[in-house]
Design a protein around this ligand. Structure first.
Ligand SMILES: Cc1cc2nc3c(=O)[nH]c(=O)nc-3n(C[C@H](O)[C@H](O)[C@H](O)COP(=O)(O)O)c2cc1C
Length: 183
């Protein structure tokens, strides 16, 4: 059975570490786990007045979340929280309230930062917002990738220790997802 994972990469810059981590996760994923990136840069800032005309990017994004069996967020920490675009995507997906498209989905949060704390505060900010929209975030193992520049071999692959750690995380995530998605 295929598990469709909606992937949200929290950074828009081209050389993003978040994107490189997401690529590595795609290569480490167990068979059957298929990642589909959910783009959010084109989502207008949430404004309830736009609901009647339903902007096409909102419609697309909501449909992509609904079609996902589970969600994977790979995010940098921004000012002890998450990038604004990611929060806006959560807000867009959560409305109208009766059609909150996040509700009941299992998720994994991977945070990273240049410093030693690995985006811990950003990860918690994201988990708080996800709890509000009834997403079941995997509690353990937790993933905070600190000093991110040292976890890649220059412009090359991720270092092997981190790869092995993330391979185990993805195995746990698969088990977590199956609590919510019957196989
Ligand atoms: C606007 C902004 C705010 C940031 N705030 C924090 C922060 O609060 N804590 C932290 O550890 N790093 C912070 N950083 C550094 C980023 O988390 C770090 O450079 C990260 O690796 C960037 O991810 P990316 O390569 O995917 O773009 C910030 C960076 C930016 C651009």
């Amino acid at each position: 059975m295929t598990l469709r994972i909606g992937l949200i990469i929290g950074s828009l810059r081209q050389a993003s570490y978040s994107r490189r981590i997401a690529q590595a996760l795609g290569e480490l994923a167990p068979p059957g786990m298929v990642f589909n990136e959910l783009a959010f840069a084109d989502l207008a800032l949430y404004n309830g007045d736009l609901e009647p005309q339903l902007p096409q990017p909102w419609q697309r994004f909501r449909a992509e979340v609904v079609a996902s069996d589970a969600l994977l967020f790979v995010v940098p920490e921004y000012n002890r929280s998450i990038p604004g675009g990611v929060k806006n995507a959560i807000d867009v997906g959560s409305k109208p309230t009766a059609q909150n498209c996040w509700s009941g989905k299992p998720a994994l949060v991977v945070s990273q930062s240049a410093g030693p704390l690995g985006g811990l505060a950003g990860s918690y900010a994201l988990k708080q917002a996800l709890a509000a929209v009834n997403v079941a975030t995997m509690p353990h193992p937790e993933v905070y990738l600190g000093r991110i520049a040292t976890l890649f071999d220059g412009d090359g692959p991720m270092v092997s220790d981190t790869q092995e750690f993330l391979r185990g995380v993805l195995t746990s995530f698969e088990t977590w997802i199956t609590r919510f998605v019957p196989r």
